[in-house]
Design a binder for this molecule. Sequence first.
Ligand code: F6R
Length: 233
Amino acid sequence: MKLIVCKKEKIESLAAAEIIKLVNENPLATLGLATGSSPLGLYQLLINDHKENKTDYSKVKTFNLDEYLGLPDDHYESYKNFMRRNLFDHININLDNTFFPHPEDPEGYSELLHHSKIDLQILGIGSNGHIGFNEPGTPFESKTHIVALAEQTRLDNARFFDSIDDVPTHAVSMGLDDIIQAKKIILLAFGKSKANAIKELVQGEPSTDCPATILQRHPNVTLYVDEDAASLL
Ligand code: F6R
């Protein structure tokens, strides 16, 4: 794994530059996307670039990591809604080319991923070391599946809802084995709350206690980490 420690703004511009280069070189590129706060600045830079330079997403395919269960698609905090608000509605992507896991057919999503092959996967990391919504204890061989969200994850995500009671208890997520099939992976981590997870990821043994440690087995991972998230290294 390559570790790059620098300021958030710099990280966002480096990550955006990688995506823009990929899409310019391969207009049929397949991207794996994350929600949450970590990729927001990066998505804004992609939007700015699309407005200025007309980078063309019309043939790009995207696969999101996860979706909450029990929220209607038009709920403000559903991940479909999140992606439209924060990226899709502001670039020329065809919504028919944007995919999310569905609770009624998790296996179908793994198959689709297997056939489509993600060129570049963007990841955040949970304070408990989850990637996607693969919580501690998830087997490394897991495919797309329904997950019960860890209490820590519900607490962390309560900031997006009126109260913790409104945070869904379940989600559907790409599995760990699905995630590491991507050709290249970029993980973004900002802030002190991620420091423990980053220490485990970089210095710990691969273990399902910290699901992100599966990334140690992937040949092409870059961790972009700010100084706070790197503070325990
Ligand atoms: C989001 C996802 C999660 C988040 C993680 C960090 O699609 O799969 O793994 O990346 O929970 O969330 P933030 O970025 O809000 O700290």
